[in-house]
Design a protein around this ligand. Structure first.
Ligand SMILES: *Cc1c(COP(=O)(O)O)cnc(C)c1O
Length: 733
């Protein structure tokens, strides 16, 4: 703790209440609140706006305020000024389902590190009242998408901002839209603020979530507002992107946020560039009729606007890039907006579309990929912009993803002192590699996390079994049919984790390409294996959904062919909580995308930070995290990447080649796990992950590398802390 108010157990909870014109907030002192607010609203524009379609930061995996109050045993309050905050904190829902996968979780992790490091950042995203979707899995049907019921009003850490002029009413912003007759219409949004409070409760990043689900809005707006990545029609999709993009400037203005730099986390919010260009044209030409602007004027304005934007591109996969038919845009944008798009969003492959990745690539002062290999791929995909695209390899927020048992272990070794403030400290585990105490305690912490995971899974299997009689759902796991109350999956069995979105390029079914070979590895050596799989497919992604179905279909055959030695379990409704149990509880993390389509991947980093080795295709971050086999295993196709490798068509996904390589590698892993004279090498790999990968693949280091692109003027002590994080690695080598 760095704030003096928090240094002792006599913390007065009223010291955690802060107010301003927009409301009353809980979790940081007034002093801290004012400091953050002054930073982001200062006339010097010395802050950054981080723009993301999704933010994943569920309170059930990281909630420093709740942890602090729990430590102090202050879990309720009778003081009327505190009661509602404390009740919400301990009784409210612990999930904010406004994320779909890796992009959102990365955004959340990034913002948490900015908060830990006291970087003046404010985020803008949307609030989806129907979340993403909740996944039910039925063994006969596969994935069933259900709409999510959640209540932002009850969710701790979320605040509906008030209108400073009429404090009884919520703040509303007016956002310009255009109807199919090119007439301007207005949409209204409320603004929720999630406070991303840091681990020492002495800084926070405000996340402004625009909520367009208001009764007075035109129906096309309401249709697009409810659910993240609703792709029922391209108009809904385009409208959702516009809500984010056009909402940014009005919300910044309403709150008085003055940042110079806007960081686009993926191109979803790039429509803000069109608005900035329009503003620039009005400013430099003194008239408001944009239809009079010439091509040259627009290009000059775009050059100016580009100086304000930083752009991160996240994937080479086509579905990640927004292209909209021009006819769609004729219904939702003004003529002069389309004039700008004609000049800046031209799509070489499709003359009838606007390409928003092209727009984002053009209008920025610097762009980055999310790993070194992804940088090289991006250079091939966008040769015209290659000179400005550098690499900043992703990371994960170590305080979110390191399990409690591992955290306690780190706390108890003086060599690792202050690892919470500085994940680079975990380099020092190299000194502990041969320390028997450390080795034993690491093993015990790991076993504890495995026990937590298996407890969850065994309860789940039993619950599914009971559902058989009480619902119409056929349990998603064959294992539920064969257990009775005494048989349980055994946590001592080698456990492989695989969890991520089910997109076809991630090839969740790769290792089941040849069940006979897979089962023979287990049977011939008497090596039992449990595979734990989890993940959602986008509801409109039919091939992705059929991979889930395939996985379920393999369960019974695997069990029978291996005489019960191999079990494959599917955990429905993947979220951050399940992710955290998996990455710390399994024995190895499996990652088998088609190279080079996984731009980075972050779940493997979460495993690595817990000392769990990866078994992975040489793609994304693993090219950088593999360290010649010191930290895990690689398999599958390698070698230089060319244009043809980017194909996502089913016949180009290299199933045969990469699965054979997997079957050759798996026995090497199992041998180190099961054979007594090889086991120490398995634990060595775990420790080498802590020592080599934790200092690099965390969001503190990543934030420090982004900072080099932000040009903020920071206090010198803070600047030098960040320089030290950045010095841990050079992504762009
Ligand atoms: C980390 C995480 C992801 C991203 O995993 P990848 O390996 O990058 O695909 C997706 N969903 C959840 C819930 C996560 O925690």
């Amino acid at each position: 703790m760095t704030t003096s108010a928090l240094n002792n157990n006599s913390l007065n909870l009223l010291d955690l209440v802060a107010k301003n014109n927009f409301g009353t907030f809980f979790g940081v002192s007034q002093k801290v609140f004012d400091k953050v607010w002054n930073n982001i609203t200062g006339a010097d524009q010395n802050s950054v706006v981080y723009i993301s379609m999704e933010i994943g930061a569920d309170p059930d995996v990281f909630h420093p305020i709740k942890d602090k109050l729990t430590d102090l045993e202050k879990t309720d309050s009778i003081d009327p000024r505190l009661k509602k905050f404390v009740n919400k904190l301990f009784q409210g829902p612990e999930k904010i389902p406004c994320y779909g996968g890796g992009l959102g979780v990365l955004a959340g992790d990034t913002l948490k590190s900015f908060a830990d490091c006291h970087i003046p950042v404010v985020a803008v995203s949307l609030l989806y009242r129907h979340g993403y979707f909740s996944q039910i899995v039925d063994s006969k049907i596969g994935q069933i998408a259900q709409s999510v019921e959640w209540h932002p009003e009850d969710t701790p850490g979320l605040y509906l901002l008030k209108n400073p002029e009429t404090p009884e009413e919520p703040l509303q912003i007016e956002v310009p839209f255009v109807n199919e007759y090119d007439q301007e219409t207005m949409a209204t949004a409320q603004v929720w603020m999630k406070m991303e409070v840091n681990h020492s409760l002495d800084y926070f990043v405000p996340e402004l979530l625009l909520d367009f689900s208001l009764a007075g809005n035109p129906s096309p707006i309401r249709d697009a507002a409810g659910q993240l990545y609703n792709s029922e029609s391209s108009i809904i999709k385009a409208t959702q992107r516009r809500m984010l993009g056009t909402g940014i400037l009005p919300v910044l203005q309403a709150i008085g946020i003055s940042s110079y730099t806007l960081h686009l986390n993926e191109q979803h919010g790039v429509v803000v560039a069109l608005q900035l260009i329009a503003e620039e044209l009005i400013k430099s030409h003194q008239h408001t009729d944009l239809s009079l602007a010439s091509d040259d004027m627009i290009m000059a304005a775009a050059d100016k606007v580009a100086r304000k934007l930083v752009y991160t591109i996240h994937t080479p996969v086509k579905a990640g890039h927004d292209r909209f038919n021009k006819a769609v845009y004729a219904g939702i944008s003004h003529k002069s907006c389309r004039h700008i798009l004609e000049l800046l969003a031209h799509d070489d492959d499709s003359p009838h579309s606007y390409n928003f990745t092209t727009l984002a690539m053009r209008v920025n002062r610097t762009a980055n990929s999310v790993s070194r290999l992804h940088r090289d791929v991006t250079h091939k995909q966008f040769p015209a912009f290659a000179n400005k695209i550098t690499a900043i390899t992703n990371g994960v927020h170590h305080l979110t993803w390191i399990s409690e048992a591992r955290a306690k272990l780190f706390d108890s070794f003086p060599e690792l002192k202050k690892w919470r403030e500085n994940p680079g400290v975990l380099q020092n585990t190299v000194q502990l590699k041969n320390d028997n105490h450390f080795r034993t305690y690491l093993q015990r912490a790991w076993e504890k996390d495995t026990a937590i995971l298996y407890d969850y899974i065994n309860k789940m299997l039993l619950h599914h079994r009971n559902q058989m009689t009480s619902t119409w759902i056929d349990p998603p796991n064959h294992y539920s049919n064969i257990i009775d109350y005494d048989t349980k999956l055994n946590p001592k069995v080698f456990t492989v984790g695989f969890a991520r979105r089910f997109s076809t390029y991630k090839r969740a079914d790769l290792i089941f390409d040849n069940l006979d070979t897979l089962c023979a590895i287990a049977v011939d050596n008497n090596w039992p294996v449990n595979f734990l799989f989890s993940g959602k497919a986008h509801p409109a992604d039919e091939p992705g959904k059929s991979v889930i179905k395939l996985i379920l279909n393999y369960q019974k055959e695997l069990h029978i062919k291996s005489n019960g030695l191999v079990n494959l379990i599917f955990i429905p409704n993947y979220d951050m909580h399940i992710a955290k149990m998996l990455v710390s509880g399994v024995h190895i993390w499996l990652n088998n995308p088609k190279r080079p389509l996984e731009a980075s991947g972050t779940s493997g980093m979460k495993a690595a930070l817990n000392g769990v080795p990866n078994l992975s295709i040489m793609d994304g971050w693993w090219v950088e995290g593999y360290h010649d086999g010191q930290t895990g295993w690689k398999f599958g196709h390698e070698g230089p990447v060319d244009e043809a490798d980017l194909s996502e068509s089913p016949e180009s996904l290299l199933y045969a080649e990469d699965s054979v390589s997997f079957y050759q590698t798996l026995p090497l892993v199992l041998e180190e796990f099961y054979e007594v004279d090889a086991q120490s090498r398995f634990l060595d790999k775990a420790i080498m992950n802590l020592c080599l990968n934790t200092p690099i693949f965390n969001t503190h280091r990543m934030a420090a590398e982004y900072l080099q692109k932000y040009n903020l003027d920071l206090p010198s002590e803070l600047q030098s802390t960040m320089d030290n994080f950045a010095a841990l690695y050079n992504s762009n080598e």
